[in-house]
Design a protein around this ligand. Structure first.
Ligand code: PLP
Length: 370
């Protein structure tokens, strides 16, 4: 059966380099914060084009570390798209701040600046607007030129959640460099994934970078037995860093191009027949997902399944419909686009190692099923 994201094929392609990197890391016995971690952080910062990269245990912690550095907490409002992975909003509530759900654009699936203006204008007076979590959903950078203008006007910070966006760009500027702080995830199925959990925080700000380096290791001061604030234990393993060094090279050398080629082949078979993803001019997606909209989504998904084609619904519920946010959401105005998308979206098999025959097969079965 076809894989939704074929990580085994990637391993086969990179096997000699990955096996070598793993053996070296194991033999060195520097399992925590070995030299591969700092080397990877430099490579990632260079690739993204920011001053600091601080790796950590996962993409969720990366978001939390950013909010901790900003000192956000009770009484603070953070605007979060209603259509995203739970972690984007969970971290806000976990810090004691209030997530304010903002609708998304029907074309890009990213946070709608028009609805952000509306939700900002109707914010209850007991909440202080502080930040926007802008998610690069499915690999496409959010509308950062417009978001930056809005944020500047109202004194808001931008946290770019690029867990799915690593590798994307607008013009010659790369994802993970648009936010005041940006984060990514190295969960295996993300555009740049490791072989377990991993994440990273990016910023140009020296003071926040120092704070995040401290929060990452139990709020350390001069050393880890000098604890000056309450933090986390959230480091990236040396083994994962070693794997990521190999994978980053492949990502830069050919994977990002290959996955864009897969997207253009899907487009050539599907565009005009169903609602395919639209990439605004000047934007590049890293294609964490190739997501179409179908009115009879659930029936189509079943037909594909019977043909051996896996597909996934990202996401079946908007944030505001999650049980965990019931008490927060009932006080907020609705996000109709997010609600509509959650019942129509379907993500198709997508990865840099898909071959043209497989893409044609998926496209034909999909068109037959609708
Ligand atoms: C995956 C993901 C995260 C969380 O990353 P983890 O490494 O799984 O903790 C956060 N935000 C978005 C948008 C994601 O897709």
């Amino acid at each position: 059966m076809m894989q939704f994201r074929d990580l085994h094929r990637q391993y086969e392609a990179l096997k000699p380099a990955i096996d070598n990197a793993l053996l070296q890391a194991v033999a060195s016995s520097a399992y925590i914060m070995g030299p591969q971690v700092a080397a990877l952080e430099h490579q990632l910062a260079d690739y993204v084009g920011v001053k600091h990269c601080i790796s950590c245990a996962n993409g969720t912690d990366a978001l939390s570390l950013a909010l901790m550095a900003w000192g956000l907490g009770p009484g603070d409002a953070v605007f979060v798209p209603d259509f995203t992975f739970f972690a984007s909003a969970e971290v806000v509530a976990h810090q004691g701040a209030t997530p304010v759900f903002v609708d998304v654009d029907m074309v890009t699936y990213n946070i709608s600046v028009a609805d952000l203006e509306a939700k900002f204008a109707s914010l209850p007076s007991h909440l202080k607007p502080r930040a926007i979590v802008a998610v690069d959903l499915f690999g496409l950078p959010a509308d950062f030129p417009a978001l930056r203008q809005f944020a500047q006007q109202h004194g808001l910070l931008i946290l770019e959640d690029a867990a799915q966006g690593f590798g994307g760009s607008i013009g010659n500027q790369r994802a993970c460099s648009f936010g005041d702080i940006a984060t990514t995830s190295f969960f295996p199925a993300k555009p740049l994934g490791c072989y377990g959990d991993g994440g990273a925080v990016f910023t140009d700000n020296d003071e926040w970078a120092d704070l995040i380096r401290s929060y990452r290791v139990h709020g350390k001061g001069a050393d880890k037995y000098d604890n000056v604030r309450i933090g986390l234990n959230s480091r990236l393993d040396t083994l994962q860093a070693a794997i990521l060094q190999v994978k980053l090279k492949a990502f830069e050398d050919y994977e990002l191009d290959a996955v864009n080629h897969v997207a253009s082949l899907y487009d050539s078979h599907l565009a005009g027949k169903i609602t395919t993803p639209q990439i605004p001019s000047g934007h590049l997606s890293s294609w964490a997902q190739y997501t179409v909209q179908l009115p009879n989504r659930d029936a189509v998904k079943q037909v594909l399944q019977s043909e051996g084609i896996p597909s996934v619904v990202y996401y079946p519920k908007p944030m505001s419909a999650q049980t965990a946010f019931a008490s927060v959401a009932e006080l907020q105005s609705p996000c109709p686009n997010a609600a509509k998308l959650s019942s129509t979206v379907l993500s198709l098999p997508m990865h840099p190692y898909m071959n043209p025959d497989e893409i044609v097969f998926v496209a034909q079965k999909l068109l037959a099923a609708i």
